[in-house]
Design a protein around this ligand. Structure first.
Ligand code: AMP
Length: 370
């Protein structure tokens, strides 16, 4: 699949090349066609998936089909100023060959005069945080009564930041007859309800169908100090029910150290990571498959190639920095409908990462007292 197969117009195809994109990301493949058709969209995706271009490109195409009007025709709501600024930057780059279309960004925490001046010169696309938008609208400095396309980005984060009432206020200011694009990484009940209220017969796209895998797996977490992790790991692995385990570490060095420590404790373990030769990695995998090595200690990148059935346990010795990685890691167990166990060792400075994971999988991971 390439961008021209998505029926994007030539000025957008040229912009995409200038932006350095060669192939569309999965969310772009799934979202661009229905948005071009004018349909509402419910997108489950996080930052990093290419979701901004997934809505910016088809919005620009739709707006460019009509003469420039210099009033706000597309409104994008984002929870933070950083995100709002990034979104507008994507619109600016993507519209570089569409001189008729102008975008602006407004957010709180800075003086309003520069933002007001930008609005006065006329914009087609406005990216805004909800508070500043309501503020300027209340002062009569912008009008939203001709909005044709509304985007709500990172809806679940809006909820976390207490912006849902503001979003509802904005909805009252814009026409009900419009196209609405709704994006959220997760769908907690309040957000699901908001989506239901805002969207009409939406196309649904999802690039992280992750919670399913997590359901079949018995998950638990130990709160433990970093220095106590080794001892706890040995204790966990001494359980005879652990027939085949993958232990994840964040670094290659960490993987080596953990494997050495286990070997000293007479637990058959091997490390695999990118610094090992292809041969060494295959040998380690072979031993693991046959059961001569009961424990494989791996970094995330090395683990991508592991396709071994019958993994009884996945142990997160370190928490991953990306919450999605947690889901990939624990998905190594419980393959093909079988049950599996995932244990996470969470140090005091890893609690934030654990919270991100719990938010992604929409589950609380039960805590075990050691
Ligand atoms: P986003 O999820 O919208 O925050 O995008 C994440 C990053 O991916 C941004 O730096 C984009 O510039 C980049 N990106 C978006 N779409 C593509 C693509 N099709 N190819 C390469 N990079 C992309």
């Amino acid at each position: 699949m390439n961008f021209s197969e998505l029926n994007l117009i030539e000025p957008l195809l040229r912009a995409v090349v200038a932006m350095g994109y060669t192939v569309p990301t999965p969310i772009q493949v799934q979202a661009i066609p229905p948005v071009l058709e004018g349909r509402d969209l419910c997108g489950i995706a996080q930052t990093g998936t290419g979701k901004t271009a997934a809505f910016a490109l088809p919005i620009l195409q739709r707006l460019s089909a009509e003469k420039p009007a210099r009033h706000i025709r597309a409104l994008v709501l984002a929870p933070t100023r950083e995100l709002a600024a990034q979104i507008q930057d994507t619109f600016r780059q993507a519209s570089q060959h569409l001189p008729g279309l102008r975008s602006a960004v407004i957010f709180g925490g800075v003086g309003q005069s520069a933002q007001v001046r930008a609005l006065e010169s006329g914009v087609d696309i406005l990216v805004a945080t909800p508070g500043r938008l309501l503020d300027l609208s209340g002062q009569g400095l912008l009008k939203l009564d001709r909005v044709e396309i509304l985007v709500l980005d990172e809806a679940d984060r809006m909820l976390d930041m207490g912006f849902v009432p503001d979003v509802r206020r904005v909805l009252k200011l814009i026409p009900t007859k419009r196209q609405t694009l709704f994006f959220s990484a997760t769908l907690p009940p309040v957000i699901d309800e908001l989506a239901g209220h805002m969207l009409k017969d939406p196309a649904r796209v999802s690039v992280t169908p992750v919670t399913k895998t997590a359901d079949k797996i018995e998950q638990s977490v130990y709160f433990v100090h970093q220095i106590d992790k080794r001892a706890l790991l040995r204790e966990l692995l001494s359980n005879p029910e652990v027939s085949r385990a993958v232990v994840f570490t964040r670094t290659k060095h960490g993987a080596n150290r953990v494997a050495e420590h286990l070997e000293k404790g007479r637990i058959a373990a091997e490390a695999i990571h990118g610094n090992k030769s292809q041969n060494a990695r295959e040998r380690a995998l072979g031993n693991f498959r046959q059961g001569t090595t009961r424990v494989l200690v791996a970094t995330d990148i090395a683990a991508r190639g592991i396709d071994v059935t019958g993994i009884s346990h996945v142990i997160n010795y370190d928490l991953p920095t990306e919450p999605e990685t947690y889901v990939h890691r624990i998905g190594r167990t419980a393959r093909a409908g079988a049950g599996g166990i995932a244990v996470t060792l969470c140090g005091p400075d890893e609690r934030g990462m654990l919270r991100d994971i719990e938010r992604l999988i929409q589950q609380r991971i039960p805590v075990v007292d050691p």
